[in-house]
Design a protein around this ligand. Structure first.
Ligand code: 0O2
Length: 204
């Protein structure tokens, strides 16, 4: 690639726009006093070094990068509860400012590492000075507990690449299961609180 800076410009624009759009959904829930399914939103453009590493690892030719590398623009939506993930996915499916190309449900089907998240690949139009440019972006929707695990596992994997013994991988996988159990417990607690509140209102 001759000029990474200009190549990455539409991706930077897309990440900035998507962050604003998804963050903007939060106050809309607050108006109706509804619990917002979106806790916080982050986004990043994949660093050039990671792009290059992924091109090699996935045997992608540089002239196929725009079609074959789906996560140069990446946005994460964090939720409180597992159910909220699917509520967010439904909201995204109804949007007319992006087209969903692919969905991967690693929430129900965790990766062998223990990783859980809902991945959505979208085609997103960015208005450049030269006209419209459609780019691919990946949206990852996950609970805060899933994010806690994935963030730490990712940084350990990156820092200590190649020294993961099977025993350490297994411990990380068990830690991911523990995070998921925490998610399930929080959902059950919420359900019980809802039931108790409904009962109290009925009796009042
Ligand atoms: P970064 O730094 O987050 O950008 P592949 O990349 O080949 O594994 P694929 O098919 O391209 O997989 O896409 P997939 O699996 O839907 O999404 C890949 C991205 O999901 C990763 O991007 C991570 O963000 C996240 N991810 C997937 N598996 C794991 C995992 O086991 N642990 C953690 N922490 N994150 C995971 P990158 O490019 O790896 O990294």
């Amino acid at each position: 690639m001759e000029d990474w800076n200009s190549f990455l410009l539409p991706y930077e624009q897309a990440v900035d726009e998507l962050k604003v759009k998804f963050r903007g959904l939060r106050p809309q829930f607050a108006i109706d006093n509804d619990q917002t399914p979106i806790e916080f939103v982050t986004g990043r453009v994949k660093p050039v070094e990671s792009i290059q590493e992924k091109l090699v690892r996935r045997h992608i030719a540089e002239d196929r990068i725009e079609q074959d590398l789906q996560d140069i623009a990446g946005v994460r939506i964090m939720t409180q509860f597992v159910d909220d993930i699917y509520q967010v996915v439904d909201i995204l499916r109804k949007r007319t400012d992006m087209t969903i190309l692919e969905e991967r449900d690693y929430v129900t089907n965790a990766k062998p590492s223990g990783y859980r998240s809902y991945h959505i690949v979208i085609e997103y139009p960015v208005q450049m000075v030269t006209g419209e440019k459609k780019i691919l972006a990946e949206i990852q929707v996950r609970t805060m507990a899933m994010n806690f695990w994935a963030t730490i596992e990712h940084s350990l994997n990156y820092k200590y690449d190649g020294v993961f013994t099977p025993e350490l991988s297994e411990r990380l996988e068990r830690a991911a299961d523990a995070a998921f159990k925490l998610d399930q417990e929080m959902s059950e607690i919420r359900a019980e609180i809802h039931d108790a509140a409904a009962q109290r209102d009925k009796e009042a």
